[in-house]
Design a binder for this molecule. Structure first.
Ligand code: MRU
Length: 347
């Protein structure tokens, strides 16, 4: 894992050899961004089973439950984490049933191998998914001009091109002349530290702004679109994303700028009707009182919700790997979820 806490100053990689290390890395934000958290969790579950010392099916089942619970207890908002672990659970059950029938190899070896394969498949698929999101989304962006984003929904946050930044990348590859306006994204500074780094590494033109400049720039008329990622999208289209996203959406509506969400279907949570049911992670006060380890506020009461929820009515479209959902989202998201194969049409 590339340690995202150390960017942009240092490029440091960690190798995790134990599922508990993976869980700690997710919790401490060594790795972050909804799809990347999901891939890490899948890898963590595979690592746990691969290194398990269980000798019986029952022992492995008990250990696997602990592995999944440990990984699930890391971050509550990004549904990709739970999606990836559900997938690993299904594969575990299927491999176990198969192993019990097939006596040709020690039964637990087959399960170990199956979980490694599944985690690698989750990783591989994310790449293709980002490319498809990029292709669908690029068509919505202007031929030239400025596009605003929030946080980091780029390659650092997924296992491919990125979601919101994937859309921008594909649009630029297709010849659109885009400039990216990057809010710093206090308190954790994913915009300043990660998006600014990622885009500049790739030679994509950007301007870094502070979060309180968002209204000024949207009012100025130069921003052609806003495109952000998501951590959890409810059945009605309400979208949880990094704190600050909601105020950008309100300001975008005020100034007639289309506001797009780009996310894989693994980020949809159709089991909840609206954003009110999305759990919002509360993070430590030090992220607000300190910047880069330096105290900038007195020791007072602090609030630090890591995400906010943008109501569906402010979202012009939700871009997924199976196409673009438009309001009303209850129907369009369900249709995309039910669609068997990737399609090029708008829904
Ligand atoms: O707290 P983080 O950095 O994990 O939050 C990340 C975001 O809010 C992203 O916008 C979201 O996960 C989408 S990443 C493709």
């Amino acid at each position: 894992m590339l340690d995202q806490r150390r960017l942009p100053a240092d490029v440091v990689y960690h190798t995790c050899t134990d599922y508990r290390e993976v869980a700690r890395a997710i919790k401490d934000m060594v790795i972050r961004g909804a799809p990347a958290i999901g891939v890490a969790a899948a890898m963590g579950a595979a690592l746990g089973v691969l290194h398990s010392t269980a000798r019986t099916v029952e022992e492995l089942q008990a250990e696997f439950r602990t592995i999944c619970t440990t990984l699930e207890a890391t971050r509550p908002t990004a549904v990709d984490l739970f999606w990836a672990l559900d997938r690993m659970r299904k594969r575990f059950e299927a491999a176990l049933a198969h192993a019990v029938q097939d006596q040709s190899q020690p039964e637990l070896d087959g399960v170990r191998q199956a979980l490694v394969e599944e985690a690698q498949a989750v990783h591989r698929e994310k790449r293709t998914v980002d490319e498809a999101i990029g292709r669908f989304g690029a068509e919505l962006l202007p031929a030239s001009g400025t596009v605003m984003t929030q946080c980091n929904a780029g390659a650092l946050a997924t296992a491919g091109l990125g979601t919101a930044l994937g859309v921008i990348r594909v649009a630029i590859e297709q010849g659109r002349k885009l400039h990216v306006l990057v809010p710093e994204t206090r308190p954790y500074l994913q915009g300043a530290r990660l998006t600014a780094w990622e885009l500049s590494q790739d030679g994509i033109p950007l301007t870094l702004i502070t979060d309180n400049m968002v209204g000024h720039f949207l009012k100025g008329g130069q921003v052609g679109a806003v495109v952000v990622g998501a951590d959890r999208i409810a059945a009605n289209g309400d979208t949880a994303n990094k704190i600050g996203t909601y105020q950008i959406a309100v300001l975008a509506r005020e100034h007639g700028v289309p506001f797009y969400v780009a996310a894989p279907l693994s980020t949809l949570d159709l089991s909840i009707r609206s954003g009110e049911q999305i759990p919002i992670e509360q993070r430590p006060a030090e992220e607000v009182t300190h910047i880069g380890g330096v105290r900038v506020a007195p020791p007072v009461k602090v609030a630090n919700p890591a995400f906010d929820v943008t109501p569906a009515r402010l979202i012009a479209a939700i871009i997924t790997e199976r196409g673009v959902a438009r309001p009303p989202y209850v129907q369009s998201l369900q249709r995309l979820m039910d669609a068997a194969a990737p399609a090029r049409a708008s829904h």
